[in-house]
Design a protein around this ligand. Sequence first.
Ligand code: ADP
Length: 211
Amino acid sequence: MKNVIFIAPPAAGKGTCSDFLKAKFGYKHISTGDLLRNVDKESELGKEISSYINKGELVPDIIINKLLQEALDTYKGNPIILDGYPRNVKQAELLETIFDNYVAIYLDIEKETAMKRMLGRITCPKCKKTYNKYFDKFKPKNEGLCDECNSELVSRNDDTKETFDIRFDTYINNTLPLLEYYDKKDVLKKVSKDTTETDDILSSIEGFVND
Ligand code: ADP
């Protein structure tokens, strides 16, 4: 089982793909967005982190690298999904020294689709399951409540129209160059934006990690 790096624009479906890999193959999921959001918001560090996230900008490498290293240490020995890291070439170069046996999976998606998914995204604060109020397949059974634990579902502070545009630009400028970086290493796998059915996307991903 290969380790996985996801490269994708905001709201492209990394979370859904990660849930599938976790359930089917026992992957451990490291979302750097979650690591950052889990830092106590009242602490100095938490306030600094929120100021970047809420603007749609990348958090400085020095902060995220430490959190990533701790998470990798925690899950040592398990197959791992990195969701949200690396987000620039510098992070990829650092990762090379602490992570191996991986495929980099690129989820391509139209900007408009990503925006719609993002604006409809709602998450359970307790068990982290994600839903979408604009897509029937992903709606919770009871409006606004988690199917698993009945908690009230919430939207993220940075899931707004204004922030989306900045996050998308940040992605184009900083993260897209990673495609060339991983292609050169011959570890890049792509899910085309023409593959829109969730089941087809998941079966492509299953093929990539077992390759
Ligand atoms: P999405 O992929 O939907 O944009 P994430 O939850 O992965 O959402 O990330 C949310 C925010 O957290 C990003 O916009 C950025 O501010 C910050 N962030 C996450 N991962 C990184 C990273 N590797 N480097 C810098 N900032 C990061």
